[in-house]
Design a protein around this ligand. Sequence first.
Ligand code: UGA
Ligand code: MN
Length: 329
Amino acid sequence: MGQISRILIESSSDLVKMKTATKMYLSVILSTLCIMFYQYQLSRANFLTLQGNEVSGGINSMATIDDQNICNNLKKSAELASLPPLYIITPTYKRPEQLAEITRLGYTLKHVPNVLWLVIEDAAVPNGLVTRQLERIGVPFEHLIAPMPERFKKRVVKPRGVSNRNRGLAWIRKNATNGVFYFADDDNTYDLEIFNQMRYTKKVSMWPVGLVTKFGLSTPIVRNGTVSGFYDGWIGGRRYPVDMAGFAVNVNFFLKRPKAIMPYHAGYEEDKFLRSLGPLNNTEIELLASNCTEILTWHTQTKKNPLAQPLDLRKYNGTNLVNLQKLIV
Ligand code: UGA
Ligand code: MN
């Protein structure tokens, strides 16, 4: 019995010795592998950094830079969300150019943070193609309708976009509490910089607009830092001879003026709307675009196109043209 147990004890202590030795060998091999792997990563990092534009290299440094990027992006979106909101009021109406205008303006607005686009159609029912395009573009929007009253439709010179803009103003009265609004016709051209600047309007801000009237522009005249008059090819007895694309208004300032409204008076829409915002002294007008020395908005006009002729279904049924015809306004 004693011998057997001794043999057993000896063999088990051999086993322990062997296990310890194996463990040691394994640890050495593992450590060597780890060191080799680490060195490989280091050399790869250096290689990638030397290779060029890539800042990140090995797995470790990539993880750190990814974390930093996420952090920076979060910070950025928090900053953007805290910007005063911008409400862009755009009148639009059914015509061959409508979808093209909406698309062009929409992708401009896509670069503007914290914006709500109020797209208001001069129509009895919203155009489904416009809704679809607004969804595709992806700028936050409200799609509203406000048909021009029948009595104005018969006039030779119609007050264009007035019912729409007043609908936009009613939406703001009901829903907005702060920020700034701007009337952006669907066919004009806007430098992104003007949105950065108009966002901080405290009362009413103004700036030059290119391509208006025979003077080629419309702008406040600035002397000693304040408005001393207006330069516009057509004054027409207006107190504010400015273009619709050349001013923005603070939401709170507007809300404190419950009677402010745009009149159905062709040619006098801007003037009478601005007057309805009174009292407003010329010295209170905030001058943007480097004290009105730059042009950041243009009153562009799109060439009018004739209505498309209906598709000859006898000839083209069963082709792509059947579908394309449905996309034409
Ligand atoms: C100029 C001014 O810039 C407009 O703000 C003003 O409303 C217009 O004159 C006017 O005095 O009646 P203009 O380029 O001549 O604008 O006019 P449009 O571009 O044809 O219309 C201005 C806006 O109203 C556009 O956004 C347009 O889509 C919209 N509109 C036009 C309608 O909603 N309904 C219409 O029947 C015509
Ligand atoms: Mn226009």
